[in-house]
Design a protein around this ligand. Structure first.
Ligand SMILES: *[C@@H]1O[C@H](CO)[C@@H](O)[C@H](O)[C@H]1NC(C)=O
Ligand SMILES: *[C@@H]1O[C@H](CO)[C@@H](O)[C@H](O)[C@H]1NC(C)=O
Ligand SMILES: *[C@@H]1O[C@H](CO)[C@@H](O)[C@H](O)[C@H]1NC(C)=O
Ligand SMILES: *[C@@H]1O[C@H](CO)[C@@H](O)[C@H](O)[C@H]1NC(C)=O
Ligand SMILES: *[C@@H]1O[C@H](CO)[C@@H](O)[C@H](O)[C@H]1NC(C)=O
Ligand SMILES: CC(=O)N[C@H]1CO[C@H](CO)[C@@H](O)[C@@H]1O
Length: 199
């Protein structure tokens, strides 16, 4: 093989590895605090098709899973676009305890940038409605025309302050979660939830 052909083959295989990494790692997920994880309750509520996509790539857009709904999909039980369809029943021992006013550091692993907007809010799990205004929000998030050195550090590392006015709204496990929500203008939605109680 000539040096030129060798280099070409190397570039092709490097590209293949990059594409593989991109598809294996998807786009974004909270990694700190420990977010809601997938399990058997998700499988039962969302069906095999959706469960398979969500399980394969915890960073991927929810729309990829929505494209695989099958006869096992129960929209109400799965609530795919709320907490990514991940279920409290699979995470009963994964509930954080915070104090009112506590500053909680978050880390989001953004594996691919897609320009959009994002916010972080406390949600009532029974109604799936936000409680109060977002705790953090970005009118522009993950701008994909910026290079790594220009990425705002606060898109992946930020603090959330637990409000002091929640009263007993979030005093029991299963009542509240903090949801990080990113919508990319390429029509991709990413969500992670952290279940918590204020005690
Ligand atoms: C779908 O889930 C809801 C909520 O859990 C439940 O009430 C309903 O019976 C389920 N529907 C089917 C067809 O299983
Ligand atoms: C993304 O960054 C580029 C380069 O700084 C800028 O021109 C563009 O307006 C930004 N996009 C948004 C939606 O703010
Ligand atoms: C993130 O940092 C940028 C500066 O890089 C600032 O303009 C913006 O207000 C910050 N956003 C949040 C949510 O902290
Ligand atoms: C979060 O808050 C802590 C303590 O208040 C501070 O030391 C840290 O720098 C903050 N982190 C970010 C990303 O702002
Ligand atoms: C939070 O972000 C989501 C998607 O990024 C958006 O649909 C929602 O309207 C935002 N909420 C607020 C209160 O801005
Ligand atoms: C990620 C995690 O901690 N998952 C736990 C959520 O709660 C269930 C039920 O208690 C456990 O089995 C999981 O290990």
């Amino acid at each position: 093989m000539s040096a030129f052909k060798g280099l070409y083959a190397f570039q092709l295989s490097a590209l293949g590895v990059l594409l593989l990494l991109a598809s294996a790692h998807g786009h974004g997920v909270i990694t700190k605090p420990k977010p809601r994880a997938i399990g058997a309750a998700n499988q039962a509520a969302c069906g095999e098709g959706v469960y398979g996509v969500l399980k394969k790539d915890d960073h991927g857009p929810i729309e990829s899973a929505a494209a695989k709904t099958d006869s096992g999909y129960n929209a109400t039980a799965c609530h795919l676009f709320f907490c990514r369809g991940l279920q409290f029943d699979d995470n009963k021992s994964n509930v954080q305890t915070y104090k009112a006013g506590q500053v909680v550091p978050f880390h989001v692993d953004i594996a691919a940038h897609h320009t959009g907007y994002a916010n972080v809010s406390i949600f009532n799990l029974a109604t799936q409605e936000p409680i109060g205004a977002p705790l953090v929000s970005w009118s522009v998030y993950a701008n994909d025309t910026l290079g790594p050195s220009e990425w705002p550090p606060n898109e992946s590392d930020f603090n959330v302050t637990i409000p002091s006015n929640l009263g007993t709204t979030c005093s029991k496990a299963g009542q509240c979660a903090i949801q990080w929500w990113w919508y990319g203008y390429n029509k991709q939605t990413y969500e992670s939830c952290v279940d918590f109680v204020v005690a």
